[in-house]
Design a protein around this ligand. Structure first.
Ligand SMILES: *[C@@H]1O[C@H](CO)[C@@H](O)[C@H](O)[C@H]1NC(C)=O
Length: 214
């Protein structure tokens, strides 16, 4: 019960914030799943056919499976999972992190994120832009919230002894995720080894070893 009250207050706060996406020009524009119309966002379903379920998502009570190399799982609720979010400028996610697992360094190109810890202890970190590249970090406990400014590289780590659970709210229907390691070492096709060897000031063999992991 206390958990759901906390969550409702939290989402209220996010609405009050304002959001990064453009404002809607109508009550809603539920995304037409499978539409071939290409617009900035997604085409609208006929408003007369819109139902409550278009604004609904269920399952955020379920823990994500953290049995993977990074020890975390993000369950997103963006316009992809909840078509009613189209044009409304917000989305959310559940983040599960196993003890000492991480949600690896990443950035959301289109959204600021505010994160609320529901369970456990989470270290949150973001890095400011050049030239300072200052690392800003804090240890959060249950009930603590923290904001990651739009576009900045950030990560989370579970520094507690049990599982950690957090809910994130983001200021875009489609925040996007760029995971730094995947973008740099796992692009298709690869960024050339020469480029990465020079950028990271290491031997090409080191670059090759890392690329193999992605
Ligand atoms: C969690 O993921 C692992 C690795 O993919 C898999 O082996 C395991 O069966 C999954 N557990 C559950 C409960 O789905």
């Amino acid at each position: 019960m206390a958990k759901s009250v906390l969550l409702i207050c939290f989402l209220g706060l996010v609405f009050a914030f304002g959001a990064a996406d453009h404002s809607p020009l109508q009550d809603f524009c539920v995304a037409q799943v499978g539409s071939s119309v290409l617009v900035n966002g997604l085409a609208c379903k006929d408003p007369k056919t819109v139902q409550a379920n278009d604004f609904f998502f269920s399952g955020l009570d379920l823990p994500g499976n953290t049995s993977n190399p990074v020890g975390s799982k993000v369950t997103p609720v963006t316009v992809t999972q909840l078509p009613g979010l189209n044009t409304l400028g917000i989305s959310m996610a559940r983040i599960d992190i196993a003890p000492w697992g991480i949600n690896p360094p990443h950035t959301h190109p289109r959204a600021t994120e505010i994160l609320l810890v529901l369970e456990g202890t989470i270290e949150v970190v973001f890095i400011t832009s050049n030239p300072d590249s200052r690392l800003i970090s804090k240890i959060l406990q249950k009930g603590d919230a923290f904001v990651f400014p739009q576009g900045l590289v950030h990560y989370q780590r579970n520094t507690g002894t049990g599982n950690a659970v957090a809910i994130a709210a983001l200021g875009s229907q489609n925040p996007g995720v760029i995971t730094v390691a995947n973008a740099v070492f796992g692009s298709t096709p690869d960024i050339s080894m020469d480029i990465l060897a020079k950028a990271f000031q290491v031997d090409k063999s080191v670059v090759g070893q890392i690329q193999l992991k992605f």
